[in-house]
Design a protein around this ligand. Structure first.
Ligand code: NAP
Length: 286
């Protein structure tokens, strides 16, 4: 068997076209969805990420603001900026790029964002909403994974999903989203004694670890769906995921590549969340 690719670039293009069309409709009603991206310091990877996010907004017709600050910005000043953005009616989504410099308490900054504008879905209120099935913003990366499963018409009901990784931004919310769709979910992490024994039982595997070759062909049940969230560099310095792509694609039914898989979906879901936030703002006004 050779797995079919779930193409994150193609799916992103479709979804972004829909965001652009919906944004045009909102604009016709006098409201332009707006995203503020805040970057503190000069982390090179973060600079690329924020540039891509701002460009994606512009391409879809959203308003976007990039606020860049020196690495020695005080926590108090950053909290004041977040507060100002909370009060800015032209901004519907606020994203503070992580990681923040060590002297700033990232959790405190996240909690300062108005949950109604928490389009990254990292606020405790957003996490609580996901856990309890209430309306709120879902973190973009696992939300993108769910869209990928939806795109292949995959029904999770009664399936066993194994999530490798338990971070607050990927693994845990991923598990909750899969659970909400009636999958039976197992979460694995660095203290899981026999990862292979778990993954071999899985109909769906999401790898969100940050280590190359965490998932190899011998660990995958024939026909399983494999989503690779990891972003690593191989020996040649090229981007690769957590999954041994060449091996696992011989066993899986569907697989996401890296690059061109989950990565582009993350920014796409940020646009989706920002649009949704603006739509909510409009419906509250009327
Ligand atoms: P993280 O916070 O470092 O979490 C990694 C998780 O992997 C932890 O829960 C850790 O377990 C677990 N783990 C580590 N070694 C393991 C092993 N050998 N077996 C099983 N589990 C193991 O990372 P993250 O933020 O979730 O990100 C994970 C990966 O996804 C990274 O490569 C990151 O760059 C990538 N990522 C990609 C996107 C995207 O847009 N494509 C977005 C976000 C993240 P413990 O909890 O026990 O330490």
């Amino acid at each position: 068997m050779t797995a079919q690719l779930i193409d994150g670039n193609a799916l992103s293009m479709q979804l972004r076209a829909q965001v652009a069309a919906d944004t045009a409709q909102l604009k016709a009603k006098g409201l332009t969805p707006g995203l503020a991206v805040v970057l503190v310091g000069d982390n090179p990877a973060s600079q690329v990420y924020v540039r891509n996010k701002v460009k994606a907004c512009e391409d879809a017709g959203l308003h976007s603001v990039l606020e860049k600050y020196e690495a020695d910005m005080s926590e108090a000043d950053l909290l004041a900026r977040v507060q100002a953005l909370n009060n800015d009616p032209s901004i519907h989504g606020i994203l503070v790029q992580l990681p923040l410099p060590a002297h700033i308490d990232a959790q405190k900054v996240i909690e300062a964002i108005n949950p109604l504008k928490d389009v990254d879905g990292f606020h405790m209120a957003s996490a609580g909403a996901l856990m309890t099935g209430m309306p709120g913003f879902w973190p973009c990366t696992p939300y993108g994974c769910m869209k990928m499963l939806e795109s292949i018409g995959y029904s999770l009901k009664g399936k066993h999903a194994v999530v490798i990784g338990r971070s607050n931004i990927v693994g845990k919310p991923m598990a909750l989203m899969l659970l909400q769709q009636n999958a039976t979910v197992t979460i694995c992490h660095s203290a899981t004694p026999d990862l292979k024994a778990m993954t071999l039982q899985a109909d769906v595997i999401v790898a969100a670890v940050g280590k190359r070759n965490v998932l190899t062909a011998d660990m995958v049940k024939p026909g399983a769906v494999v989503l690779d969230v990891g972003m690593n560099r191989n020996d040649q310095g090229k981007l690769c995921g957590d999954v041994d792509f060449e091996g696992v694609k011989q066993v899986a039914s569907y697989i996401t590549p890296v690059p061109g898989g989950v990565g582009p979906m993350t920014i796409t879901m940020l646009l989706v969340n920002t649009l949704e936030s603006a739509q909510r703002a409009l419906s509250e006004k009327s």
